[in-house]
Design a protein. Sequence first.
Length: 550
Amino acid sequence: MITSLSIKNYALIEKLAIDFSKGFSIITGETGAGKSIILGALGLVLGKRADLTSLKNKEEKCVIEAHFEISKYNLLPFFEANDLDYENETIIRREILPSGKSRAFINDSPVNLQELQELSLFLIDIHSQHQTQELSDENVQFEIIDAIANNQETILDYQALLKSYKSDKSKLNILLKKQFESAKELEYNTFLLDELVAAQLKSGEQESLEADFEKLNNVEIIKESIDKSLAIANEEQIGALHNLNEIKVSLQKIASFSQEYHSLLERITSLTIEFDDISDELNRCSEKLINDPEQLDLISQKLQLIYNLQKKHQVSSVDELIEIQTKLENALLEIGNLEGEILELTNSIQQKTEGLDILSDTIHGERLNSIPVLSQKLIAILETLGMPNVRFKIDINSTSTYFENGKDELQFLFSANKGTDFGLLKKVASGGEMSRIMLAVKAILAQYSKLPTLIFDEIDTGVSGEIAIRMGEIMKKMSQEMQIFAITHLPQIAAKGTAHFKVSKSTIGEDTQSELKLLSIEERVVEIAQMLSGTVVSDSALNHAKALLN
């Protein structure tokens, strides 16, 4: 329950601090006095978006702080899940800066609006006038039935499974599309791969083949040049090697005479060794040279194959062709894997379909069991609210479609009088009837909900007299289980509260301010008398007010 509220620099409120008690609290005030401002401030604390128009003084920040007693409501898991400090008296603070930025805190820990909104679902339900029309919404009707059916946990399990089911369906559609597109390319990619595999490509092969081709294609020129070189080198009398040896012998004779000659001998010796090695290498090359037209033709064919493949795939090396081959192999392997993934997802979807059907059947059964209970309770309350002939016809039909809360479709029909046909609430119920039905719904839900606080914003629209008294009695009875606030213009309801707050507006110079005040017993008598008779309070109005309060 909310224990206190402080507001600073918000709308028409410069500064306000008020404490609240458990039970049934009444808030009254003239139209435009600022009741909506109080609700607006509470809305900010509960996570609604804010803007600079909220600031009374645009140069100062707005601060709204609310204290909640939450020890009885099992909210520790929420605080642990969001890494927040848990306190039995939890403080929520909202700040709106002159820059337009907004900040929110739970027990002094910064939080985002989503976390604030999630926590608010466990703290306060503000029932505004327009929400009465929401009673005609099928989702709201399901929420009412499911609360009585105690379907919340089952629906959460269903929704988690439905999310996973939809995810699998989405993945399957993507894979099927991919499989279809891959199948169109399969034949061509297989042909390309077979062509590359048949070529038996190896890294560095092209360079080696090109070198061998050059040798075999020019074997006669090469052999002629090598043989000529060998002849020059090894001519018995005038060959280069013979002459080098002659020089070496001559230098050996004088090498001992000086270091200079000795150095020249070493150099010619080294040169002779190197030239001899070159001569041997030329001999080996000559021996290896074979005129092999068949081998030349094979190499030419392999090179032409490589060049054709490079042109087809628009690359310039064998390594790039090998990379393309690897990609094609992986693509074809992936197509093969797709079938396995599709089968696995199909089986998963089938299992989840069966699970969803089981859960939705459970939800459907509990809903069917709860309908007579809801109808009986609604009729019992509405009879006391001046609707003795009210009847409800609630039909739930199971479908094959997976909705967010099960597979059911709902018809919530209503008849207020004998002899009239059933019709949709929004079409056949008047404003006053809708207000009474909504109060009855809230009264019933209070028996099933652990919500600490419920605020009724003028739920008494369209009713008066004895019916208003009974509405007040119902709200007072509800306040035995939860904290109830009623913003009302009816004295019959205002008199039922255990605490009475008045919102008033005053003008000081050029400034207009709203304030909220807890009324004393005497002030309550006057306030209710004014609600009965207007600004001028008569003795009969005062006596009537006292009678209502007693």
